[in-house]
Design a binder for this molecule. Sequence first.
Ligand SMILES: [Zn+2]
Length: 122
Amino acid sequence: MSYEFWSSKNVKARKPYRCCECSAAIAVGELHNYGAGKFDGYLVDQRLCLNCDLIISEGFNADFWDDEGFPLTEVRSTLRDEHGIDDAHAWAVERRQARIAKREDEAAATARATRAANEYRP
Ligand SMILES: [Zn+2]
């Protein structure tokens, strides 16, 4: 069981949809994630609200899911039961913010190093 190919991007809904993970309504005009690809020989597609997309993305980043994919419709219960995460959204937001902060720290360190190198006069 694995993905042969997969591609996803954020799109605006041209008609009403439901999130494949949490069943929340996706309204016309609402930004959400659309993914499509081939899994186990079948062409499949899915629409995810941005909350679920964030949680699932952070699950991949945390190595909670592998190339067999994530447990669709059971992401929150899996995070709770297997990883002790009661509030999946808060967990995902915290992880995303920590990664952004780390990237900004690295960018600032690189800028400091570049400045120091440029100012260096032997
Ligand atoms: Zn959702």
